[in-house]
Design a protein around this ligand. Structure first.
Ligand SMILES: NC(=O)C1=CN([C@@H]2O[C@H](COP(=O)(O)OP(=O)(O)OC[C@H]3O[C@@H](n4cnc5c(N)ncnc54)[C@H](OP(=O)(O)O)[C@@H]3O)[C@@H](O)[C@H]2O)C=CC1
Ligand SMILES: O=C1OC[C@@H](O)[C@H](O)[C@H]1O
Length: 447
């Protein structure tokens, strides 16, 4: 896909190329002194210079195809092996398509390949715990598709294991690596829209287009499908990007398929407290409307039954930012600065072209999903982090993944679908019983 030159923006009027890059961009570009403008308006030349990294691809489905294609934009990030759980034939077919030499009929074999430094995990959700645990125990860094796991408990276990093994491990929240989103974070940190007070974000895509009902993994309870796990992580991550604290209230509603027992759509209203605990109650300070920084609300929704605008709007006290559709992999951002008088604002829009795709990508069948060339931003940032010995990326931290997981657990609980609820209750009962037994033993010892 050749880029239309008209889309390449002239950013010089709004960016100062001599400014140092914002912190979050540092690991996405070759050096902190590289002007953000140049990186953003001509991505290929910067992406092509990232450190080398040897990837193993775990899964041979659609997103694994797209991720592997995007590695072709980064000459030094090479897929050296791939594995399919379904069959060796599937792995070999994938390998032939992408020129990958080592093809395995099981993930175990991939985990034993000494040439693989990092594994991209892109299969169905239910195997997350098993597969990521296996890869970490085999000493591989891991990039794991969203959702990172099927519960907060599993995610915490995997991150603890990664830390113990001193390995990079991250959720593939690729949205965060798009220059459009890096620009949004820059706008927020500059204070251009003041304090964020509200985030609206939606992501409904019509699964009828590509997924056979009821057979697709997207509708499968057994494989941990459902709209909240396939689409929900994006709007949740959009809200978390703007508020520092964990929500103090999460109100959810969902549409559950009565036959399949998975959610087909959901909405969430979140309120976020100020992390400055006592800001409101300091009697020495006169009260003001916006004194408690970080306080605000988010309205998020996602689903499989229709196609939404797929936009994210971030409302601040001095203006707002619109992340244009498709907001989970965006190339366009509008900043509207509030002017005097209600309804008055001035706006500026930036376009950030996607990386150009190569002949090699075209001849091997291109991409399945929208804007997948942007996966190269994520892959490049991760190559830089691994090279620098970092165990996570500043763009999307483990703490954020854990927050997403906790919110997803809560959504599933509120719509009556949290599979691990019984397991959790049993554990709580066991813990209580253990405490009681200890008390009894202590009493006996004392007497
Ligand atoms: N970042 C992004 O933009 C996107 C991310 N995703 C995420 O990527 C992951 C995979 O999605 P996608 O590629 O669309 O999925 P696919 O349906 O294309 O399948 C992915 C892989 O999962 C395994 N699989 C598929 N069906 C079954 C089944 N019935 N039982 C057991 N295993 C099965 C297969 O693994 P194998 O090849 O090993 O046999 C298959 O290749 C999900 O986590 C999804 O949330 C999805 C779309 C876009
Ligand atoms: O992450 C995703 O999951 C589902 C897909 O259809 C969508 O395009 C995507 O990026």
């Amino acid at each position: 896909m050749a880029q239309d030159d008209a889309l390449i923006p002239d950013l010089s009027a709004t960016f100062n190329p001599n400014e140092t890059a914002p912190l979050d961009v540092v690991f996405a570009q070759p050096s902190p002194s590289t002007p953000y403008t140049a990186y953003a308006s001509s991505p290929n030349s910067f992406l092509s210079s990232c450190p080398s990294l040897k990837w193993g691809i775990c899964g041979t489905g659609r997103i694994c195809n797209d991720f592997t294609q995007s590695l072709k934009i980064l000459p030094s990030s090479t897929p050296v092996a791939c594995a399919a759980m379904s069959s060796l034939e599937s792995a070999e077919k994938f390998g032939r398509k992408h020129g990958i030499k080592e093809c395995y009929g099981s993930y175990e074999e991939l985990s034993a390949d000494q040439n693989v430094q990092i594994v991209y995990v892109g299969n169905v959700h239910i195997f997350r715990l098993e597969v990521v645990e296996m890869m970490l125990k085999a000493g591989k860094h891991c990039l794991v598709e969203k959702p990172f796991a099927c519960s907060h408990k599993d995610a915490k276990y995997l991150f603890d294991l990664a830390a113990e093994k001193n390995l990079f491990c991250s959720e593939g929240m690729w949205t965060r690596y798009f220059p459009a989103v890096e620009r949004v974070r820059e706008i927020l940190s500059e204070g251009s829209i003041g304090e964020v007070v509200c985030v609206n974000s939606d992501f409904h895509f019509p699964t009828n287009d590509s997924e056979k009902y009821p057979d697709s993994p997207l509708y499968s309870k057994k494989l941990a499908g459902g709209a909240s796990r396939y689409a929900g992580p994006y709007p949740i991550a959009a809200a978390l990007c703007c508020f520092p604290a964990f929500p103090d209230k999460i109100s959810c509603a969902g549409v559950v398929d009565p036959d399949l027992g998975v959610d087909l759509a959901g909405s969430m209203s979140l309120s976020f407290p100020s992390p400055e605990q006592n800001a409101d109650s300091d009697p020495a300070e006169p009260p003001t409307l916006l004194k408690a920084k970080g306080r605000g609300v988010a309205s998020l929704n996602f689903g499989f039954m229709g196609e939404s605008a797929e936009e994210t709007t971030i409302v601040g006290t001095k203006g707002r930012v619109l992340i244009h559709s498709p907001a989970h992999c965006p190339t366009k951002v509008t900043l509207s600065t509030k002017m005097e008088g209600r309804g008055n604002s001035s706006s500026v829009t930036w376009d950030f072209p996607l990386p150009e795709i190569t002949e090699d990508i075209i001849s091997s069948g291109g991409y399945y999903y929208p804007n997948s060339a942007g996966l190269a931003y994520e892959a490049a940032a991760i190559a830089r982090c691994v090279d620098a010995g970092k165990l996570e990326t500043p763009q999307f931290t483990k703490e954020e993944t854990l927050k997403v997981m906790e919110i997803l657990d809560e959504f599933l609980r509120q719509v009556g679908l949290f599979e691990f609820e019984e397991e959790e209750k049993e554990e709580e009962v066991k813990e209580e019983e253990g405490k009681e037994e200890n008390k009894e033993e202590n009493k006996e010892e004392v007497s």
